[in-house]
Design a protein around this ligand. Structure first.
Ligand code: TXA
Ligand code: MG
Length: 304
């Protein structure tokens, strides 16, 4: 049996050699490569089947490392990261000159994040540089929240999957564009929209922009996803569909929202493992982690 620390040492060697590592974070597993190695970054896009114009988040070891990736740190980024890092927050800041175009999709901003997962932090601290990592799923599919999900999606395309257990948060980081005023939430995620608004002292109304084409991934299982406003409505609809001969189940992420977020992507993957035709999902309230869950369900339903 190798220890966790041995595994991280292997991952380090692989990153330094330009290879790819399945990286546990508190949100979802990432597909990690050295952000300064262009060939490694290209390998990430190839493994995911992801279009080149979708930029990657650079994962760094702490707040102070932001200065080596950003041309300038806007006050809003300094405030947010001081409050939320390590944690499920990504800030977009003006990029430093050396940041590869292949990482940013040629944009003049870069997304930065310090993940709150002990294995990820251990790796980042020992690596010392930046690790580019999108979610470790095939493009458009459901994000992985266990090491087994990563292996199922990417198999031999990843050199090593670090097993850090199931991701505690279960939905991706909240992305805030700190290059505009007021800062704008581009993707709801593990830090609730209300918390971002409170920390920045801005109106919660400046919440997720539906306009961001860059973020139109689908998080979709093979099963069709339908949305329902209540459990009663979902059960009625599921009954109808079952009667017409379809394999259907109800997904009800409305109780404990932290638990619902934690389980969401596993449930969607299970739907495919069970060969369901349709999942009827109850929309949770638009509060706290409910924002992120609603967003992922809308995307899974093709309404994103
Ligand atoms: O929780 C997370 O954020 C996970 C873990 C692995 O850190 N990562 C993740 O990465 O969800 P990804 O690539 O699956 O989603 C990041 C999103 C993409 O839609 C990408 O287009 C957008 O962020 N993005 C990244 N950098 C950007 C930039 N400079 N400008 C605009 N959008 C950006
Ligand atoms: Mg993704």
């Amino acid at each position: 049996m190798s220890t966790e620390s041995d595994e991280v040492a292997r991952a380090l060697d692989i990153l330094r050699a330009g290879g790819l590592v399945g990286l546990p974070t508190e949100t979802v597993y990432g597909l990690a490569g050295d952000a300064t190695n262009e060939a490694a970054v290209r390998r990430i896009f190839a493994a995911k089947g992801r279009p080149a114009d979708h930029p990657l988040i650079v994962h760094i070891e702490d707040v102070s490392a932001m200065a080596s990736w950003a041309a300038a740190v806007p006050p809003s980024a300094a405030t947010l990261t001081a409050a939320c890092w390590p944690g499920p927050l990504t800030v977009l800041v003006p990029r430093a000159d050396h940041v590869l175009d292949v990482v940013t999709g040629g944009r003049d901003t870069v997304g930065l994040r310090v993940p709150a997962h002990p294995m990820a932090l251990d790796l980042l601290q020992r690596f010392g540089g930046g690790v580019a990592a999108p979610s470790a799923n095939r493009f458009g599919r459901v994000s992985p929240t266990t090491a087994a999900h990563v292996r199922a999606d990417l198999g031999d395309l990843v050199d090593l999957v670090l097993d850090g257990g199931p991701c505690p948060v279960g939905v991706e980081s909240t992305i805030v564009d700190c290059t505009v005023s007021p800062p704008q939430i581009l993707r709801s995620g593990g830090i609730p929209d209300e918390d971002v608004a409170t920390i920045l002292d801005i109106a919660a109304a400046s919440g997720p922009s539906r306009a961001s084409g860059m973020l139109a991934s689908h998080y979709a299982p093979t099963a069709r996803v339908e949305l329902a406003a209540s459990l009663a409505a979902a059960e009625a609809r599921a009954g109808e569909l079952a009667e017409s001969g379809l394999r259907v189940d109800v997904l009800d992420p409305t109780g404990d929202l932290a638990l619902a977020a934690h389980d969401l992507f596993s449930r969607l993957r299970e739907a495919d493992a069970r060969r369901l035709d349709v999942v009827v999902a109850v929309m949770p309230p638009a509060i706290g982690l409910g924002h992120a869950i609603r967003d992922r369900l809308r995307k899974a339903a093709g309404l994103g």
